[in-house]
Design a binder for this molecule. Sequence first.
Ligand SMILES: Nc1nc2c(c(=O)[nH]1)N[C@H]1C(S)=C(S)[C@@H](COP(=O)(O)OP(=O)(O)OC[C@H]3O[C@@H](n4cnc5c(=O)[nH]c(N)nc54)[C@H](O)[C@@H]3O)O[C@H]1N2
Ligand SMILES: Nc1nc2c(c(=O)[nH]1)N[C@H]1C(S)=C(S)[C@@H](COP(=O)(O)OP(=O)(O)OC[C@H]3O[C@@H](n4cnc5c(=O)[nH]c(N)nc54)[C@H](O)[C@@H]3O)O[C@H]1N2
Ligand SMILES: [Mo]
Length: 708
Amino acid sequence: MARTTVIGACPHDCPDTCSILTTVEDGKAIAVRGNPDHPFTRGRLCVKVNNYEERVYSDKRVLHPLKRVGPKGSRQFQRISWNEAIETIASRWTSVIAEHGAQAILPYSYLGTQGIINGLNVGDPLFNKLGATVLERTFCDSASCTAYMMTIGHTPGVDPESFVHSKYIILWACNTLSTNSHHWPFIEQAKKAGAKLVVIDPVKTRTARLADWHIPIRPGTDAALALAMIHVIIRENLVDRDYVDKHTVGYDELAERVSGYTPEFASQETGIPVDDIVKLAREFATTPPAVVRIGVAVERHAGGGQTVRAIACLPGLIGAWKHVGGGLLQLPIWAFPVRWDVLMRPDLQPEKMRVLNSWRLGAALTGELGFDPPIKALFVYNANPMAMVTEQGKLEKGLEREDLFTVVSEHFLTDTAKYADIVLPATTQLEQKDIMFSWGHLYLSYNNQAIEPLGEAVSNTELFRRLARAMGMTDPAFFRSDDEIIAASLDWSSPVLQGITLDDVKAKGYARLNMPAPADWAPHREGNFPTASGKCEFKSTIAGGGNFVVPLFRQGYNGDQDGALVDPLPHYIPPNENARTAPALATRYPLSLISPKSHAFLNSNYGNLPAQTAQAGEEQAVLLNPHDAAQRGIVAGAPIRVFNDRGSFEAFATVSPDIMPGVVVAPSGYWQRSNRKGATVHALTPPAFADLGRAPTFSDILVQVSGA
Ligand SMILES: Nc1nc2c(c(=O)[nH]1)N[C@H]1C(S)=C(S)[C@@H](COP(=O)(O)OP(=O)(O)OC[C@H]3O[C@@H](n4cnc5c(=O)[nH]c(N)nc54)[C@H](O)[C@@H]3O)O[C@H]1N2
Ligand SMILES: Nc1nc2c(c(=O)[nH]1)N[C@H]1C(S)=C(S)[C@@H](COP(=O)(O)OP(=O)(O)OC[C@H]3O[C@@H](n4cnc5c(=O)[nH]c(N)nc54)[C@H](O)[C@@H]3O)O[C@H]1N2
Ligand SMILES: [Mo]
């Protein structure tokens, strides 16, 4: 019996990017475990991935190309050969191009796998060359990233490992124990050394339960809190004048701007008592090193971008950056010298591209956007929009269109894949090789292939080589091997890769970027912010350029940015939908609905697998405060209907004081099969964008709940 251990890396869209050891026996993966040597993984995998081999060998896997033989959405498919699948796609695309032009083809993808070669950009070169419609992929953190760029630039920020030195830690809209769980030991160590942990969240999450201070906040009002903190810090002379003078711009204007954002004002908006707001500001300003870890959820509201602007100003104001373990942590992805241009090949694009934002898929497919030419061919990979994207009702109608040719590359017959004309089998991480960045730590990882692909599954890189060949491409760029793409995907001359070779990363599975050690690294002790001014910009010097989406999300298309003017100073944009801003709507729909991440799912991954659904609960639950439940005569476990003017879905009630009154929570990632009537939370969500970066506002909604 041949038994080996293969070093790989978790493929998921998660900050932790764990180093994984797979035990392989006679060509079969029999177990996975966290690499004990990896300083961030520390030998532990999460509930999602610790039985990854069961995902790989699941009897629900799609292992052969399939073609639809029943009505769209009926899940009736028949096995076909790869040849037939690829030939069908090529001939349909060719006729769509001849009749409507290449823009009638829409690729739709995100980070089903986060691998650098199989992930975000794997299809871009081909679709760019064809001149297909460009997907602007602002699924996640795009408002936050725009705001962050405007304020402190593309810096990795505080090393997550430096948190052990922090004395005041604010987890702002971040459920660390569920969504970034390998960061927790660093926070725990800081706590043991006396740090105070504050969690700002409408829900008393697992993480909030372990905090020293949980501050419940009305969804979408965080900017009011952050601006009031700035107000208090200035009013009470807690500003680090020396740091502000040397390393920031726009202090006087900021001071003037926040004069109206009093704790009293913020209290009315957020529901947080005035004294607590004052106390939070004082403690944050006077307990160095103080650090904020900002989650993604904070951006999913009308003013999500300006919220991050305001929060990102806080550490500069008090000179938190002078200390190891002081400052802000958002996404340290900016540390990785990825050659996005090599991966996405914007140079292959025709002069003018048509662009569709990822959140408008339903409206694009139904024709509501008035696209000319209309979308005639949809190619989905690394994404599951029926589960994760707004306007589900429209999306369903669009996917049912008989004249739409839909191809989905997947592991499973997801809620999206079931509408496909052709389904293509994709490999899992154990069956493919890749190199990985992280957006939660500073280690480059390598995923060695552990086993041969199951059935006829192919990696995304191989899929696009096959498609390029069938579409008559001849440029060798489309036919590079995985090893060639890996070698070209990073700027190996970058100082952060000095002393690191690809062979080392392959052998060890990971390498820390060549950056100062977390024990003595304060990245902006001397300012050096990668902004236009080199300073922390309270007043943005690039706001005049208008609202923008950072290139990472833009596939390098050469269309115009949204020219909408942006106020250069942070400010409060209240939610589109809450009792204060939409009182008439709130009389009919008085509850704010948020749909944060499920502990046991990774977005919609694992929503169909037994171990994780057993952990999460087989059926979609919706959590309500006891007061809101009682008002409606709803008891724990009762079937309920959640609805607004856009749609409805059904679920089971969980009643808990952990949810603040006026807020209901539908943990995300459930498939239609787990919802009583098929529809899921996105049946209720709007297509509106947040103020910056064309981020979604799916958590900025009012609903009503009743017994079902
Ligand atoms: N277990 C698990 N882990 C994951 C994922 C997953 O699906 N499951 N997904 C991964 C991905 S793609 C991402 S982007 C990250 C996201 O990581 P997080 O940002 O941590 O995830 P969320 O659960 O969306 O939101 C975090 C918390 O914000 C709270 N929240 C919601 N609205 C507001 C608000 O307006 N203000 C404040 N202050 N808090 C609010 C929610 O109640 C929630 O507890 O997680 C990654 N990790
Ligand atoms: N209500 C609600 N909506 C949300 C969110 C939320 O918290 N609540 N979160 C938002 C955020 S932060 C994000 S990041 C997005 C995520 O949106 P998506 O990225 O669309 O979500 P996933 O569920 O991760 O879907 C990825 C799909 O890719 C497939 N896949 C995995 N690996 C591979 C591979 O190697 N090849 C191929 N071809 N396919 C593969 C998986 O099986 C899975 O079905 O959703 C957003 N939407
Ligand atoms: Mo995300």
